[in-house]
Design a protein around this ligand. Structure first.
Ligand code: MN
Length: 230
């Protein structure tokens, strides 16, 4: 069984803890992967060491990215942020790229991926870019670049996706290229501009909630390749 690192949100009720939705666990297990949770309350450099023992990195969904990470002032409708999580995930992104470890970035995961590589975000889509789609509440279709790794992976040029985000990519990081958009032009998926053997897909939707087995299976194959040689 191939181990993959998965980031997880910090949550507080009476005592602070770690939250990883079961949908991620089930989606990864279904393709033969064992998720190893890296709590985002950890020291960033220690999570980078832990990542080296795994074959892949999943950046999971969660809270908003702190706009200080890309040098912007907070928007009035910015939600809760966790600066330590931002720092941990940015470190993990750079480490995974250094080591050629495959990255699957989901929702917030795609946003912190973009920020870690020098991009920026819309902090609140409904107020900054009002449009016909309710990205925070309703499923919508995305159009996929037919030449992309994502298109080869899901074997379709369109997907109906469940959409639960109020932030979105604004300036796309130089290393990334947009491979899917919604009909209002919101960025819905990214890949590496020059992959050079590195497997990376970021999606703005939640494939763990639907049987999008193709995406997880391709990630599993990439992770198995890394662990086999590592
Ligand atoms: Mn969307």
């Amino acid at each position: 069984m191939t181990l993959v690192a998965v980031t997880a949100a910090r949550r507080s009720d009476h005592h602070e803890g770690v939250l990883l939705r079961t949908a991620y666990v089930q989606a990864l297990e279904a393709v033969g992967l064992a998720p190893v949770v890296l709590p985002t309350s950890m020291n960033p450099s220690r999570t980078a060491v832990a990542l080296r023992s795994t074959g892949g990195l999943v950046l999971s969904g969660g809270e908003d990215v702190d706009p200080a990470m890309y040098g912007a002032p907070p928007h009035p409708r910015l939600g809760p942020v966790d600066r330590q999580r931002d720092e941990v995930e940015a470190t993990l992104v750079r480490t995974a790229l250094d080591l050629g470890i495959p990255i699957l970035a989901i929702c917030r995961g795609m946003q912190i991926l973009n920020v870690a590589l020098g991009g920026t975000l819309h902090q609140d889509l409904p107020s900054e870019c009002p449009g016909p789609l309710a990205h925070d509440a309703e499923p919508h279709d995305v159009a996929i670049d037919p030449l992309s790794l994502l298109c080869r992976t899901v074997k379709s040029r369109t997907l109906n996706t469940n959409s639960r985000h109020h932030q979105a990519l604004k300036d796309v990081a130089p290393a990334l290229t947009v491979v899917a958009r919604a009909r209002d032009d919101v960025v819905e998926a990214v890949e590496l501009r020059e992959p050079a053997g590195q497997w990376l897909i970021g999606v703005q939707w939640h494939p763990e909630d639907r049987p999008e087995v193709g995406l997880f299976r391709a990630f599993a194959e990439a992770a198995l390749g890394v662990q086999a040689v590592g």
